[in-house]
Structures are given as C-alpha cells and as structure tokens.
Design a protein around this ligand. Structure first.
Ligand SMILES: Nc1ncnc2c1ncn2[C@@H]1O[C@H](COP(=O)(O)OP(=O)(O)OP(=O)(O)O)[C@@H](O)[C@H]1O
Ligand SMILES: [Mg+2]
Length: 361
C-alpha cells in the first residue's frame, strides 16, 4: 500500500507531508500508536530513520514546542528527528536550535509542494528575517542592581541572532554599559556577519534618524526615573521590568514594582509592561508564597497591559554563572560554539514571547 492510500482524508496534512518525503525517496511507516503522540511517521532511507512530527497550527512553531519534541527524542532514544510545520517556525525557535548546533535535526515547511528547510543540522543556512518595523523596548526598574543592563544587552543579542538589526542605547548617566562594551557588543555564534555585533550608543549620542534601519531599539535605563530621556520613555512600546523575588529587590509588599509601574504610567499609558523574574532559581515555599502575593498585588492594579510573566510557565532569566561574570569583555554571555546555554535559551524565549505579544514583525 502506498502512503497515498493509507489516509482516509485526501486533504490530510500529515499525508501530504509524508508523500513529499516519499518523493524524496523515503519509505514511510505511520505511527499507529494512538497513545504515543511523539511523532507522526518514520521516514526511512538507507540507514537513515527520521522521526517526523507534523504541526498543522495557526501559529508558527515556538521554542517550547521544539523543545518538547527534542525531549521526546531524548527519552525514546530517537537519533534523528524532523518537525514540519504548516506555518513555519518563530525566528527565535530557529536561532535556538542553530546556535546550539543541534545534530541530526531538521525543521521545515512547505512552499508550493517543496520543502523549505528552516534548519538542517548538516547545512545550517537560514536567511535572516526581513526588516520591517522599529520597535522601542525600555528596560526599567526603579531599583539598582536588579539586572537591567544584563537584560538589555542579552535581549539585544537574542534579537540579533534571530535576524533583527538591533540598536542598544545606554540611557544611564553612569554609562556602565557603554564603558563595558564601547560602541559595539559582540554576539558569539551568530551565523550572519551583519549580526555579529550590536551597535551601542550613549543616549546623548543617539539619533533616531541615523539608526532608521534598526528593527528593534533597546534602551537600558537608569534606576532613577528622572535621569532617563523622557522622549525615549514616551516612544517606548514595551517596558521590561527585571526583578527578583528578594524583598531587597522587590520590597516587602512589592513597593518597588508599584513605584516602577506608577512612574512608567505617569509618562506613558499606551506601552505594554512585562515584569520578568531575573536571577531565577527553583523556588522555595517562601518564594512561591511571595510570588503569589506579587501576582495578587499586580492584578489589583487592573492594568490590562501590565503582565507579570510566570517564571515557570512563561519565561524567566535563570540565575547563571556566566551572566554573573559577564562584563570583563564586550562578548555577550552566549556560548561561542554549539551546546546548550541557559542565558541564550532564556533570552531567545523572551524574544519569542515579545514577538508573539507585540507588533514586532
Ligand atoms: N540572571 C543573572 N544571573 C546571575 N547574575 C546576574 C543575573 N542578572 C544580573 N546579574 C548580576 O547582577 C548584578 C547587577 O546587574 P546589572 O548591572 O545588570 O543591574 P542593573 O539593574 O543594570 O544595575 P544598575 O541599576 O546599577 O544599573 C551584576 O553583577 C550582574 O552580573
Ligand atoms: Mg545598569
């Protein structure tokens, strides 16, 4: 029986993909185990056995969905895997896999009946996304030492490896960021020459017109609200508020967060606000209670555009040694060669989240 006969519905997307694999000379074996949803079929040719998962979703496949399939592969000892998506993949999802140089892995979508490979482990070559809008992101917490500079720089790096042209602006008169990086921060393990560096500017030297091709502008703020450029704060479309659950960072009743949000809203009512846990680690019971208290305090504000990101379910920046030690050179704390890297994974997840929730194209 050929693959074309083994499906009931002529329009079944899985069948359609399996037939494309047959066209490439593969033999197909459908996964009949209903309770084992890890893959849809095996595509076999010579010694090669690829477990293929087909995703027919409304949205692009996210990092989380790719990770789930890779975890399944690890658990089941599957050596080669492919995800074929009807809508393609988020740019950070592709960047995460490419930066890690994952072996024996393929990610593709179909265009006019032909596979377009977004990631091929043996031939890494994916074109950066088209540049469209310029989106302003400010990283601000009304508190020193919570990670504003670390988050600004590495978020810029994650946008850069996802194919965006990024401008990073040091808005703090202390100039900690600029003193560290100079006018360029390097992004290790970037695949396209253009994105190996991010331009860094002091706010006093920054000019909107000279940076007009940038698609994302990230502004590392001073913790003293009034020391920041009001013009940039007003232009900002999304604020990132890094914090930890430590009472020293957040205040015993989240006063630091409340003050931060109030200061933002006094000058900007339209921006989205995302509170993200930084220096995050597995929570103790006490941390969990504190987190739930903070959730209640933030919901009581009834600010629909202010979101506290769930560190377990959505995204957080984990406490990490390479982030703690970052700063002796302008290279970001992303690994230079393949392999897993928590900061890179976390910042790519944050990038993906922002792309999904904001008008970043
Ligand atoms: N996720 C993390 N894991 C480990 N260390 C971190 C992390 N994020 C920040 N740090 C460390 O915390 C310290 C403060 O970070 P950073 O300078 O980015 O804070 P800041 O909010 O910009 O401070 P300031 O208000 O003084 O500008 C630094 O030593 C940094 O290396
Ligand atoms: Mg700083």
């Amino acid at each position: 029986m050929t693959i074309a006969q083994s499906f009931e519905s002529a329009f079944d997307f899985e069948k359609f993909i399996a037939v494309r694999f047959e066209d490439l000379g593969f033999t197909i074996r459908i996964n009949n185990k209903q309770n084992e949803p890890g893959y849809d079929f095996l595509a076999m040719k010579n010694q090669k056995i690829i477990a293929v998962q087909v995703k027919n979703f409304k949205n692009k496949v996210s990092i989380r969905q790719v990770t789930k399939f890779r975890d399944f592969m690890d658990r089941s000892n599957i050596k080669e895997g492919a995800i074929i998506s009807s809508k393609g993949f988020s740019a950070p999802a592709i960047a995460a896999i490419a930066a890690e140089k994952v072996q024996n892995f393929y990610m593709g979508h179909l265009e006019e009946n032909k596979f377009i490979w977004d990631y091929l482990s043996k031939d890494i070559d994916h074109a950066p996304q088209e540049q469209k809008s310029n989106h302003y992101i400010s990283v601000f917490t009304a508190k020193g030492g919570v990670g504003k500079t670390v988050v600004s720089a590495h978020l810029a790096g994650a946008f850069a490896i996802s194919g965006y042209k990024v401008s990073l602006i040091d808005g703090d008169p202390e100039e900690n960021l600029y003193r560290l990086t100079g006018s360029k921060a390097s992004v290790p393990n970037s695949r396209t020459g253009d994105n190996n560096t991010i331009n860094v500017a002091k706010v006093s030297d920054w000019n909107e017109n000279t940076n007009s091709q940038e698609s994302v502008t990230i502004f590392d703020c001073s913790p003293a609200f009034e020391r920041n450029s009001l013009d940039l704060l007003k232009k900002t479309e999304s604020f990132i508020i890094p914090t930890s659950l430590s009472p020293l960072d957040i205040g015993s009743k989240a006063e630091v967060l409340l003050r931060t949000i109030e200061q933002i809203r006094n000058c900007n009512t339209h921006a989205s606000i995302f509170i993200i846990m930084n220096k995050y680690y597995a929570q103790s019971k006490q941390d969990q209670k504190r987190y739930h208290d903070v959730v209640a305090i933030i919901s009581a504000l009834e600010d629909k555009k202010c979101l506290l990101m769930d560190p377990e379910e959505t995204v957080s920046i984990r406490e990490s040694k390479i982030l703690r030690n970052w700063g002796s050179e302008p290279d970001l704390a992303f690994k230079t060669i393949g392999g897993r890297c928590h900061p890179r994974d976390d910042f790519l997840k944050l990038t993906e989240y922002l792309m999904e929730h904001l008008d970043i194209t």
